[in-house]
Design a protein around this ligand. Structure first.
Ligand code: 5AD
Ligand code: FES
Length: 372
């Protein structure tokens, strides 16, 4: 394969031929490995849920095996200067109890995580004014020192400048996550209180240009979506060549303007996960906490639809209950380390197994090594 042509240009090898064997890569036919085209995604979107999930899971098995990568999620700060209409930590929610982890708390959490076996730490937070300027850089240095050179550090703190992303990389960050939230430009501007989709996309470009592995994603079931929104979201995800991609159902928060909107249902979120897998076979896709929040088996359903990542929340328990983007969030009384035990039982029931690998972005060349 010459260079990195991107999924859109690659020949499509989608096939509904059944996989032989137990989900290992099968020579001579099987699910798509190159990423489905828009026409194919539209067709796949019409399949009955079980069929769609099975196709997506087979693609995940062929590319990622039966491993489910673990990432330790640390919610660093719930201060936020933004005012997104859907979000419980928006600046206009006076009821949010605000906190920010100290450097020592962050370092201690990461050290405990390393001891438990985590090789990836995802530091997430609102757009905290205290972390503009050098604040986030210092925090990243602290995280890197605590994690040691081998573990991966992912950041998720919203829009920064290209220069800042470069500095964060130099300070020890490997990856950056920022969902585009919705590919509908008008809806995006409304829900994000004036911020445009183009601003978000420009920042995603900057992240990539800074040499960070790129994660993005979207919510499903936002008020104002149309039938076509899901397809637009999937096609934008594919265009971005996301290396990590999160999908979660929208859940209305009582202290936001969207309090009375209906939330997203599980089926739509699971369908989105499956289509994302078929559009981006290499992508690391989490089974999200939001899915686990709206249904007791929401995360399992996403794994069955091709997700290959779980992110136990290892934020110190004292703070966990205050990082409420949406109500009813699961696992706030458990430590993330207890969750690992719980999750290992849950994935085993699906023929999957937890993995402590770093789980870096897979280079497109690795498709050539996967025979389908
Ligand atoms: N319901 C579901 N997901 C939400 N997020 C923010 N608010 C909500 C909500 N009310 C998601 C956004 C954000 C991610 C960290 O959490 O997609 O990017
Ligand atoms: Fe947290 Fe089950 S995953 S308690």
């Amino acid at each position: 394969m010459n260079g990195n042509p991107g999924f859109a240009q690659l020949p499509n090898r989608f096939s509904t031929a059944p996989l032989s064997g137990d989900g290992e890569a099968s020579p001579g036919g099987g699910p798509c490995c190159k990423g489905s085209s828009e026409a194919e995604i539209r067709e796949l979107a019409r399949l009955p849920l079980d069929e769609l999930k099975a196709l997506a899971r087979r693609t995940a098995d062929a590319v990622h095996g039966n491993k489910v990568l673990l990432r330790g999620l640390i919610e660093v700060t719930n201060h936020c200067a933004m005012d997104c209409l859907y979000c419980g930590i928006r600046r206009s929610n006076p009821k949010a109890v605000r906190y920010r982890l100290s450097h020592e708390e962050l370092a201690e959490t990461i050290r405990a995580g390393r001891k438990a076996g985590f090789m990836t730490f995802v530091l997430q937070g609102g757009e905290d004014p205290a972390l503009s300027g050098d604040g986030l850089l210092r925090l990243t240095e602290t995280a890197r020192a605590a994690a040691g050179p081998e573990a991966a550090i992912t950041l998720s703190f919203g829009i920064k400048s290209r220069r800042q992303y470069e500095e964060l990389k130099a300070a020890g960050a490997d990856r950056y996550l920022m969902r585009f939230e919705t590919a509908e430009a008008e809806l995006h501007r409304y829900l994000r209180n004036g911020l445009t989709l183009d601003q978000r996309l420009k920042a995603l470009e900057d992240i990539r240009a800074a040499g960070l592995q790129l994660g993005s994603g979207f919510m499903t079931g936002l008020p104002g979506e149309t039938e076509d929104t899901l397809i637009k979201n999937i096609m934008l995800a594919q265009k971005l060549h996301m290396e990590m991609g999160g999908v979660g159902p929208f859940i209305p928060h009582p202290e936001t303007p969207l309090r009375d909107a209906p939330g997203g249902d599980l089926e739509r979120a699971v369908r989105a996960t499956a289509l994302l897998r078929l559009a981006l076979p290499l992508c690391h896709i989490p089974a999200t906490t939001a899915a686990g929040t709206i249904h007791p088996e929401g995360r399992e359903q996403m794994l069955e639809a091709g997700a290959n990542v779980l992110m136990p929340n290892i934020t110190p328990v004292a703070h966990k209950k205050h990082y409420l983007l949406y109500p009813g969030k699961i696992c706030i009384d458990e430590s993330g380390f207890q969750c690992v035990g719980c999750l290992s039982v849950r994935v085993m029931g699906r023929g999957l197994k937890l993995s402590w690998d770093r789980g870096d972005a897979l280079p497109i060349e690795s498709l050539g090594r996967t025979t389908l």
